[in-house]
Ligand binder design. Structure first.
Ligand code: ZN
Length: 227
């Protein structure tokens, strides 16, 4: 069962459209796997809609400007015009699954990530990483696969790190995590995730990881790799 959810403030920012694409995608993936958060997002969205509706009814913004051409059109004509535009693709009825393979283990990508551009897979030991090219500067987004028996050395974060477990399980000092768990860490936390049977994570971080154990210099390439 999923135990780790995005905080309410994060859900609120998601509904308000204030999150970078990487974090918004993380929330959307989690909500697809978590009925509880899906419902919360539904409530928050209703609240936002009501608030903006009330604003629209205030005297200052009560002028609704509908051009004569539009108001003369039937609903079907409006829809036809929208779908005829080059900018709007008609919604595809059948969604094809997109599969990704790491070290011979095959995974289905979440719908949210299906159309995102994925970089080449890089590997260090049991870690494999494919970047999602979202063009968000210092915010880096990856698919991170840890092979069976693999782990990430104990580390802290200079910025934040979101780990969203997509498949498999891993454990750290806090316990075991399952698919759907949404783990947001900042520099106050430190952890050492390890997986017995392998796992696939969606990760978003805005700074390289900082390793807390000895032989730091040796481990630094892993920090840059994961970030
Ligand atoms: Zn949730």
């Amino acid at each position: 069962m999923i135990k780790h959810h995005p905080k309410l403030e994060l859900l609120q920012s998601f509904v308000d459209g204030d999150l970078p694409a990487s974090l918004a995608a993380g929330i959307a993936i989690h909500a697809d796997m978590c009925a509880f958060c899906q419902q919360k997002i539904g409530h928050l969205t209703e609240q936002v809609a009501e608030a903006s509706f009330e604003q629209d009814l205030s005297p200052k913004s009560a002028v609704i400007d509908i051009s004569p051409e539009i108001s003369a059109m039937s609903f079907d004509e409006i829809i036809d015009q929208i779908t005829a535009s080059n900018d709007v693709e008609p919604a595809a009825v059948v969604h094809e699954e997109r599969l990704i393979t790491f070290k011979g283990m095959e995974y289905t990508l979440p719908n949210t990530l299906r159309n995102m551009e994925l970089g080449k897979t890089a590997q260090i030991g049991k870690l494999s990483r494919a970047r999602l090219n979202l063009g968000e500067g210092e915010i880096h987004t990856n698919l991170l696969h840890i092979g069976p028996g693999g782990s990430i050395p104990e580390h802290t974060h200079k910025g934040f790190e979101l780990t969203l477990l997509l498949a498999g399980t891993f454990a750290d000092e806090q316990g075991e995590y399952v698919a759907g768990d949404f783990i947001m860490l900042d520099k106050r936390h430190q952890h050492q995730p390890a997986t017995e049977h392998g796992c696939l994570c969606y990760t978003v971080a805005n700074d390289a990881l900082h390793f807390t154990q000895g032989i730091n210099k040796l481990l630094n390439p892993i920090g840059a790799f994961i970030y």
